[in-house]
Design a protein around this ligand. Structure first.
Ligand SMILES: [Zn+2]
Length: 504
């Protein structure tokens, strides 16, 4: 269906079938101002060969990465504009015209998406870079002077250093007053930031038009489920250890399983507690080493702590890591050696390290599966923003359900004496009860499924398609059909009749 001159990260992520053939690369020629990559529609086309083209070297296409708006979403990266693009398009031939304008951070048109007479499309940016800027939160460094970045990092370091000796009331007061600064951030939006998923839908629509037919991909969720619910808890202190049942009891009563992250060197974690949780089908994970915000402070510090972190991971049979205060470092996370990490949020301007990967689906950071926290933390909702109830949770959960995303909630037994949390958590659990469209899974199960999916491929089988690889038994093929609404992820694409025969 498609042939690409290089790996196409978007198709790799959604498991859309395509072939990599470096031979189709020389589109712009060696003398072109901006070398391009090319994803061509394969097979016998009625009206000429159509392709998606984009700059091969984003750094050569534009001097600096920036923040942009296109088709109702925000994105970040290098965008090629001006004479360099004109020169490239001239070399590629065939009456190019602008189909969509791209605006800069000030809202002024500065670049464009182009289409030619055959239907080929030129993107002035690299889709893989766009995805990576979101996932890694690399966008947070864009457009900020280095001095501001270092100043902020120093304040954060100071906060983490002082936090252990700071009275909790003072911590709360600082965090509450800081929300006034954080409220001014325009990106990511809170509690929902759907730019990344709008970008996916936009690109899928474009590719369906290019292909002239629905585009198959592997559904994000197994067993015919259309969304996922993942319950996780961080146990902060001794008191939290004693109060596990405040949150575990309502789960147990409604038949849910959950994951519990403990801090190895902050309090004593009784073997009985861990066994009790495992016996009920729950999971145990590692929540930093000491909960002092220093595990990921530097490469050297991590190297000195890693042997102990790994020792506890093995002792507790833990597959997952959750960083204290969701401190995270894109380059260092994979070296933690866990199967998955769950320290990124999709959007959270209120954390000491604010930001968000904007994804409500899992994704990979090298070989590590990243499971973003997609509901605001209990502490943020009730203690900092002082919401009277859990409506923020319930509304976001409804949104994610409709958008085939993952509801991954983090709550703390340490704070569960607050009736707003205890009651809110119960109402969240009750709202998902009896829903046969949901996959209620442990994080380690989601990570394992995501690996199986990533190792599987959609292949032609007679008139239809089938999944080959470890996801063949539980996976389902869906089709992006070009009618997806803005913001609706492609899982909403209708099933092609041929899909019924996928497993012959
Ligand atoms: Zn914590």
């Amino acid at each position: 269906m498609f042939e690409s001159s290089c790996q196409f990260a978007f198709f790799d992520y959604f498991r859309v079938p395509y072939a990599v053939r470096p031979a189709v690369a020389p589109g712009a020629g060696a003398g072109a101002p901006v070398p391009v990559h090319r994803l061509a529609v394969s097979g016998p086309p009625e009206d000429g060969p159509r392709a998606l083209l984009w700059p091969a070297a984003p750094g050569r296409a534009a001097r600096r990465p920036g923040r942009y708006r296109l088709a109702g979403f925000t994105f970040f990266g290098h965008v090629a504009a001006g004479p360099a693009v004109r020169g490239t398009l001239d070399q590629l031939g065939r009456e190019w015209h602008v189909t969509e304008e791209i605006c800069d951070a000030a809202g002024d048109p500065c670049a464009a998406v182009w289409r030619d007479g055959t239907g080929s499309v030129f993107l002035p940016f690299d889709p893989a870079e766009v995805m990576r800027e979101f996932w890694s939160e690399g966008y947070r460094q864009i457009g900020r002077p280095a001095v501001a970045r270092y100043g902020r990092a120093a304040i954060l370091r100071g906060y983490y250093l002082l936090r252990p000796v700071m009275p909790r009331r003072l911590q709360l007061r600082l965090r509450r007053s800081y929300t006034r600064v954080q409220d001014r951030a325009t990106f990511p939006q809170w509690p929902v930031e759907d730019s990344l998923h709008r970008f996916y839908a936009w690109l899928f629509d474009l590719l369906v038009t290019l292909a002239g037919r629905p585009v198959p991909f592997i559904d994000p969720w197994p067993d015919g489920r259309s969304w996922a619910l993942v319950l996780t808890h961080d146990v902060e202190t001794d008191a939290g250890c004693r109060d596990i049942d405040l949150l575990r009891a309502p789960e147990r009563a409604l038949g849910y399983r959950s994951s519990w992250n403990f801090v190895p060197l902050r309090y004593r974690v009784a073997e009985d507690t861990l066994r009790g949780l495992r016996d009920e089908g729950c999971e145990v994970g590692v929540h930093g080493l000491r909960h002092d915000g220093r595990d990921l402070g530097s490469r050297r510090l991590l190297a000195s702590r890693l042997p102990q972190i790994r020792e506890y991971a093995d002792r507790w049979q833990a597959a997952g890591f959750r960083s204290p205060a969701t401190q995270r470092h894109w380059e260092l996370m994979p070296s933690l050696g866990f199967d998955y990490d769950s320290s990124y949020t999709d959007t959270d301007p209120y954390e000491p390290q604010p930001g968000g990967c904007c994804s409500y689906l899992p994704y990979f950071n090298e070989n590590m599966v990243e499971l973003p926290i997609t509901l605001a933390q209990d502490h943020t909702v009730f203690s900092i923003l002082q919401n009277p109830d859990a409506e923020v949770w319930l509304a976001k959960a409804r949104f994610l359900r409709e958008h085939h995303g993952m509801v991954l909630v983090l709550s703390h037994p340490d704070y569960a004496h607050d009736p707003r949390l205890a009651g809110g958590y119960r109402s969240l659990l009750e709202s998902c009860r009896g829903d046969d469209t949901v996959w209620q899974a442990l994080p380690r199960e989601v990570a394992a499924w995501w690996r199986e999916r990533a190792q599987s491929t959609v292949r032609r089988a007679g008139d239809g398609w089938r999944i080959e690889g470890p996801a063949s038994a539980r996976g389902r093929i869906r089709f992006a059909d070009g009618t997806s609404l803005p913001g609706r992820p492609p899982a909403a694409g209708s099933a092609e009749p041929a899909a019924q025969a996928r497993k012959s």
